[in-house]
Design a protein around this ligand. Sequence first.
Ligand code: 5GP
Length: 206
Amino acid sequence: MDYPGNLFVVAAPSGAGKSSLVKALLELDSRVQLSISHTTRAPRGQEKNGREYHFVSAEEFNQMVAADAFVEWAQVHSQRYGTSKAAIKDRMASGADVVLEIDFQGAIQIKNIFSNAVCIFILPPSWEELRSRLERRGEDSPDIIDMRMKNAALEVAQVGKFDFVIINELFDRALFDLKSIVQAQRLKVSAQRRARADTFQALNIP
Ligand code: 5GP
């Protein structure tokens, strides 16, 4: 499947800092737009419907699956999450760069559909640091933290399926790495040919 913009997929175990990195990228770069997923989980804290997620019932999610409305979906930590076709179609068609912040199962599905998608995996610098970040976040009970740590071990084993890996040890360094990947992708001949078709034409490049 071809599209004018670039598609970036960012996956990471919970606590590796994926959301903060993506949020900082969006603030720095107005050409990148975030895809808003659907989920069956309930909103947390200040989350608003349509901003962080489209919050839907299990029934509504089933209906969307049956209507083939998702590009990908997966079960994560006993809830379901999916990227709807509607969430990315218009943004991609307009030539915007779209970023999907999704789990590794979704990332692999996206790569199978959009072979040009750039899949980025964020790793914590160590298991000790991941656990201490989850503890410091103060969102989860010790049982849930243990479950997240077990899941994280399975998730990081998938890193070989990704195009890029960022080790989030120092936030600023990791953000620089993420920006570098975005910029390098934009400078690929195929991406430049699409984005700067007028210049290519003016230079008589076939
Ligand atoms: P949370 O409930 O903490 O917001 O998200 C839990 C996990 O689900 C995170 O790893 C998040 O990236 C992932 N996730 C969010 N949206 C999607 C989606 O549309 N598809 C998939 N496959 N995973 C998602």
